[in-house]
Design a protein around this ligand. Structure first.
Ligand SMILES: Cc1cc2nc3c(=O)[nH]c(=O)nc-3n(C[C@H](O)[C@H](O)[C@H](O)COP(=O)(O)OP(=O)(O)OC[C@H]3O[C@@H](n4cnc5c(N)ncnc54)[C@H](O)[C@@H]3O)c2cc1C
Length: 509
């Protein structure tokens, strides 16, 4: 239920009579990550989901290394790693004859800097369940069976209209409501893009009887004149595979009923219909690539598929949405809880829209190359570890000289050894971290949400002071704190604490 409005009079950002701080429409991966991040920051959020439960299908099954780092920070990764698996090798068939094996996804060894080096195979439904479990453990929740149907905004807040007839007033609203976003339409924001492939595709989860031709150690591929079939075994003991089928004829009818899926598999593979024990979920789609013309209108933001839709090639969609949410969460909290100027929120679109545009280009290229029979191996470009925010207004580097390959403001802050553990242990949580690397001196005092630590000169970091944002990117870098650190912190709503704190070598302050 919405809270008593009188409990929340006008706050320092001019938000008036709000029931909650943030309304989030859509409990897909994007909305769940945002709600979770806000919950751990003490920001009140109302997460609305039109459906009666979480999405049940395996759809976005590739979790990229950068998303694994995000989930590590959010405390979800142990469960995700336990529920996921490595991608199996592809196996091409002609009828019952094996025709060759290959790796679709390049395999890499973890390093000190990149602890999660490989795309993890985990059904989207499982990822969402684990996010939801963590959200509820933090006291948050989802209001299922409740659609957002409209919105109005004014100088003091946003009013969300719910399908139940209620209205809820919040300081901000985020549309994480998928490709057909009600929020985007209500704002009148266009999507600019193209059809990547006019031919339809079918994606489904199928339970295959043990002993059938498709073993669980390979990602099986059959080609037929009217289209291909791929069956990827999903981790877990339920015998589930994700089926992806293509159709050469753009006008081909796609039957998503269990009988239709059984008939398709029987026609294109040696599997017989009675070996398909169950089809718990199936859908059809045409690959599109489109980008919202804006990611923000006043107090309302778009994130995830609501802001960008991709071809599934290269496994980018879910991952990009997760990182939209991760970029936005701490900024909303700084504004709502720490008095940062609302202008901080401008950096969300400035940072995320160019990333989404690049990712769109990548997934379209991979889709077309795969459709042309080239099926390029997926390497580092899909892992999202190289994405960063150099050039953003929030990336401030005050060092007069840095080598060309040096870590710079805007870059992902790499992992590494730290005080018997890892830097990621130090970064984990909703705080900022100020790293003094090599001979750089820490300031005498820092505001409360900033933790400080010393690090010996380091191969990845070089030397200097590095302020690591809560989302794991270098925000500010300098040789000395008096080279602008205060001004940077103030712009984020962080002001210096009076009392100096002793910082032992190699230990967090
Ligand atoms: C075949 C296929 C394979 C894919 N593979 C990958 C992959 O390997 N890796 C990857 O990263 N991505 C992949 N994707 C893409 C991925 O599934 C999406 O990008 C991802 O689901 C987007 O998450 P989201 O939370 O932004 O939106 P969604 O998952 O679409 O969630 C939106 C939610 O909002 C709810 N909703 C809608 N309207 C309203 C409303 N008005 N009010 C309240 N709630 C509402 C919906 O019910 C839904 O639960 C794949 C997609 C397909 C189709």
């Amino acid at each position: 239920m919405p809270e008593d409005r009188s409990a929340a009079p006008e706050d320092r950002n001019g938000n008036t009579n709000t029931d909650t701080d943030v309304v989030i429409a859509g409990a897909g991966p994007t909305g769940l990550v945002l709600a979770l991040d806000l919950a751990r920051r003490g920001v009140r959020a109302l997460l609305l989901e039109r459906a009666d439960g979480l999405f049940p299908g395996s759809r976005g099954k590739g979790l990229q290394p950068r998303s694994q780092e995000v989930l590590d920070d959010l405390g979800v990764l142990p469960g995700v790693l336990a529920a996921g698996s490595a991608y199996p090798r592809m196996l091409a068939w002609e009828g019952t004859e094996r025709r060759g094996e290959w790796d679709m996804i390049e395999r890499s060894e973890p390093t000190e800097r990149v602890p999660y080096a490989n795309t993890l195979l985990i059904p989207q439904s499982r990822t969402q369940e684990l996010l939801y479990e963590r959200l509820t453990a933090l006291g948050g929740g989802v209001r299922f069976g409740t659609a957002l149907t409209g919105l109005r905004q004014d100088d003091g807040g946003v009013e969300a209209e719910l399908g139940t007839g209620e209205t809820v007033r919040a300081a901000f609203l985020v549309g994480a409501d998928g490709g057909r976003s009600t929020v985007r339409r209500a704002l009148g924001i266009g999507m600019t893009g193209e059809t990547v492939d006019p031919r339809p595709m079918l994606v489904a989860d199928v339970r295959i009887a043990p002993g059938a031709v498709a073993d669980r150690d390979h990602w099986h591929v059959w080609r037929a004149p009217d289209g291909g079939v791929a069956l990827c075994p999903l981790p877990g003991d339920g015998g589930l595979f994700q089926l992806a089928a293509t159709f050469e004829d753009p006008a081909a009818p796609v039957d998503t009923t269990p009988e239709g899926v059984r008939a398709l598999l029987a026609a294109r593979t040696p599997l017989s219909p009675d070996e398909i024990a169950e089809v718990p979920w199936a859908s059809d789609y045409r690959a599109r690539a489109a980008l919202a013309d804006r990611f923000r209108e006043g107090r309302v933001f778009l994130a995830g598929d609501a802001a960008h839709v991709h071809s599934p090639a290269g496994g980018q969609g879910l991952n990009t949405g997760v990182q939209d949410a991760y970029n936005l969460g701490w900024k909303l909290a700084q504004v709502l809880r720490h008095g940062a100027p609302a202008a901080l929120l401008d950096s969300y679109e400035a940072e995320r829209r160019p990333v989404a545009a690049d990712v769109l280009g990548l997934s379209t290229r991979l889709h077309r190359a795969t459709a042309d029979g080239d099926a390029p191996q997926r390497g580092g470009e899909v892992q999202q570890l190289g994405l960063g925010y150099r050039g953003s207004a929030l990336a401030v580097d005050t060092r007069p000289r840095t080598p060309g390959d040096a870590l710079r403001a805007g870059d992902r802050a790499p992992d590494g050894p730290y005080a018997g553990g890892r830097l990621f242990d130090l970064f984990r949580g909703p705080h900022f971290t100020l790293l003094a690397v090599g001979t750089a001196a820490l300031p005498d005092a820092l505001p409360e949400p900033v933790r400080a630590a010393r690090l010996p000169a380091d191969e990845a970091y070089g030397t200097g002071l590095f302020l690591i944002r809560p989302d794991g990117y270098v925000g500010w870098a300098g040789d000395r704190a008096d080279a602008g650190l205060d001004a940077y912190l103030t712009a984020l709503g962080l002001t210096r604490a009076a009392a100096p704190r002793a910082v032992p070598e190699g230990m967090p302050a």
